[in-house]
Design a protein around this ligand. Structure first.
Ligand code: SAM
Ligand code: ZN
Ligand code: ZN
Length: 658
């Protein structure tokens, strides 16, 4: 946690406030005052799990902090209640906050999984969900019980890695970029850990996880960290390497899931060892036919192409054998449920099966960024190790999130509580309906699965647009959600794609599609109404694309605020040449531009003042702030600016002056 505000007692008070926000006693807190927002987002950005609003009924990516969203809504609608539209709804942070603040809300979202998550939250919960969930999970766990050894000293957890046969020497090579299996969260302070030998597969304790090598009981030195050469396969035995982007067919057989270690717990002590024969046989379900799930083809895309290159063709290729048995046991029962609404709620509630101990796993817990890391960069690296908690150990197990019996509590039950809280808060139940019904005041919330470019809104029908548009070139939502969309379809839940989300193939392509998606929303906005959204990017091209998409819409610049809301310690961001820690909150109004020439100096000064106030020194922040000032200046003047030179001038004023 970065205590930039640095004041101890203040920090303690704020931490307890954050804890309270996440506790059930005060599930719908007031939004923080604007003056507190910067300090607040710095405090919570690394602890976003504490900040998770109750109304998140399923996983989604790139969710904004609820507090920041609430503040944006407050800026857009300072007085009275109105209709808030989010044309890039995601899983519905804007919707939840708008309802909480007493407004009505319309969400449009192109990805059917995100839509299902939103519906799972803002529609009354199916009355039989809890009972049906319990029945299904009990039966499914019974079915897979023989695949886990449950005797005395049975493992609390299992470590899975991936291996490929070397095309040259035919030996099986573990795909690992680190050979440290277990380390303390603060590995510089507590240096002890466990390592795995890629040659002999010994699992052994080491004194210093920060060292470059360690001596294995087999007599060989093991390099603890290995440069895997980007996405290459490099054989540990003969050094043969394969470039999956190359023309060769050598990469076509997908890596195999292998169980490499188990965790044994006695009281507080944890030890790790190589799995024994019995554990291996059970885990790899030897002697049994591994079930084939309904087809879940991996669709090619910026992030998924790499998976295809590695030879994965179906999302189920990324599950290890035991997990396939479990998924199969669930699917069988879910598809037997008659009610489509209940099937959908069950499929969402069981979707975490894809977030655990698969190739896309997280061993941190529900909702961490691991799927994004897995498909990050944006290439799939078949290197990380995944941790499978023994699901049969129940609450006694190492992590509640590893126990499927707990999943429903962590998401569906919480969001049902949010629905009840919203009712209390608003004085009457939230009414779910169509866009038309919301506009007519007959419903409170509408969630529509559509490309925003294709929605026919009535002109002047909404009071504010509050949103968080897709990133120019970072997160490929459709790729990331691929396994989850497939999962819903396998559970016989209608989860049809209605089109591809906006992604930044090229500056022009992004600009054209963003404009097309925003145009109907701006038509819907009442004159004088606010469009307020977050954006951050250190690349000029991303801002050029944004400027081009907004320039021809009837919008004028109103304000820009920097909000430190991103996680600056995220791996991918650290690797970036110019790390960035702030979002720019861009506030535009639907009205004619009146100023004759750009007043860049004024906006740039404001940005410099804000940067100084935040004490932000990251190169990416400087650039992002500079470009934001150019955007606002350009969008305020009647004269159509030359965007390239305006962006460059702003950069020179804001980012280059000390
Ligand atoms: C940054 S995310 C929004 C996340 C959201 N704030 C939340 O809390 O979950 C952007 C969203 O825009 C969606 N999207 C991309 N192109 C779209 C389009 N043309 N129409 C509607 N939604 C789109 C993506 O699927 C993604 O969910
Ligand atoms: Zn080899
Ligand atoms: Zn060894």
């Amino acid at each position: 946690m970065i205590g930039r505000d640095g004041c101890g007692s203040n920090q303690t008070r704020l931490m307890s406030e954050v804890k309270q926000r996440s506790s059930n006693r005060d599930p719908i807190p007031a939004s923080p005052p604007a003056s507190d927002l910067h300090a607040y987002s710095i405090r919570v950005r690394n602890k976003r799990h504490l900040e998770q609003p109750l109304y998140y009924s399923g996983k989604w990516w790139a969710r904004r902090l609820a507090a920041v969203t609430a503040w944006m809504i407050g800026e857009a609608l300072p007085d009275g209640h109105g209709i808030v539209l989010d044309p890039f709804m995601g899983s519905g942070t804007t919707i939840g906050e708008a309802l909480r603040l007493g407004h009505r809300a319309i969400g449009v979202e192109i990805n059917p999984f995100a839509v299902a998550v939103g519906q799972g939250t803002f529609r009354p919960r199916h009355p039989s969900l809890q009972q049906a969930y319990e029945q299904i999970v009990t039966k499914a766990l019974k079915e897979i019980e023989p695949l886990y050894y449950l005797g005395p000293n049975s493992p609390a957890g299992y470590f899975w890695a991936h291996a490929r046969r070397c095309p040259s020497c035919r030996k099986s090579t573990l795909l690992l970029n680190r050979r440290v299996l277990v380390q303390h969260a603060y590995r510089r302070i507590v240096t002890a850990g466990w390592a795995i030998c890629p040659y002999s597969r010994h699992v052994f304790p080491i004194k210093n996880v920060n060292a470059t090598k360690a001596l294995c009981p087999c007599g060989r030195f093991v390099k603890l960290s290995v440069a895997v050469g980007g996405v290459r396969f490099k054989c540990v035995f003969c050094s043969h390497s394969v470039d999956p982007w190359g023309p060769s067919d050598e990469t076509r057989t997908p890596p195999r899931a292998v169980l490499v270690a188990v965790e044994i717990r006695k009281g507080k002590s944890r030890t790790f060892r190589r799995p024994n024969r019995r554990e291996l046989d059970a885990a790899l379900t030897r002697g049994q036919t591994i079930p084939t799930l309904p087809d879940m083809p991996i669709i090619g895309g910026r992030s998924t192409d790499q998976a295809l290159r590695w030879g994965y063709v179906d999302w189920q290729d990324l599950l290890h054998p035991r997990q396939r048995f479990f998924a199969n046991a669930l699917i069988k029962q879910i598809i037997a449920v008659d009610s489509p609404a209940l099937r959908q709620a069950l499929a969402i509630a069981f979707a975490p099966v894809w977030e655990y101990h698969s190739r896309l796993c997280s061993f941190k817990g529900i909702g961490s960024g691991a799927v994004r890391q897995g498909l990050g960069t944006p290439v799939i690296h078949p290197v990380p190790m995944s941790y499978e908690a023994n699901p049969l150990q129940g609450a006694k197990g190492p992590r509640a999130s590893g126990d499927p019996r707990e999943w429903i509590k962590q998401r569906s039950t919480r969001s049902a509580l949010a629905f009840v809280e919203l009712k209390k808060h608003r004085g009457r139940p939230v009414r779910f309906g169509t866009i038309r019904a919301v506009v007519a005041g007959k419903s409170d919330v509408a969630i529509v699965c559509s490309d925003s470019a294709k929605v026919d809104h009535a002109p002047d029908s909404v009071d504010a647009i509050v949103t968080d548009p897709p990133y120019f070139d970072r997160i490929y939502y459709d790729d990331l959600a691929g396994p989850l969309v497939s999962w819903l379809n396998s559970c016989n839940v209608n989860c049809k794609s209605v089109g591809e989300g906006i992604q930044g193939a090229t500056v022009d392509g992004f600009a054209t599609r963003l404009r097309a998606a925003l145009a109907p929303a701006v038509t819907a906005l009442r004159p004088g109404g606010s469009l307020i959204f977050t954006y951050h990017h250190q690349d000029r091209s991303a801002w050029l694309a944004l400027a081009n998409s907004l320039a021809t819409l009837p919008l004028t610049g109103h304000a820009v605020s920097l909000v430190p809301t991103e996680m600056p310690n995220s791996k991918m961001k650290q690797r970036s040449a110019a790390p960035i820690s702030c979002d720019a909150v861009i506030h535009l109004k639907k009205r004619a531009r009146t100023i004759e020439t750009t007043n860049l100096e004024m906006w740039a000064k404001d940005m410099r003042r804000q940067l100084a106030g935040l004490n932000v020194r990251l190169a990416g922040d400087n650039a992002s702030a500079a470009y934001a000032s150019a955007l606002l200046a350009g969008l305020s003047s009647r004269q159509v600016p030359s965007w390239e030179s305006l962006l460059d001038t702003a950069y020179a004023i804001v980012a280059q002056t000390p």
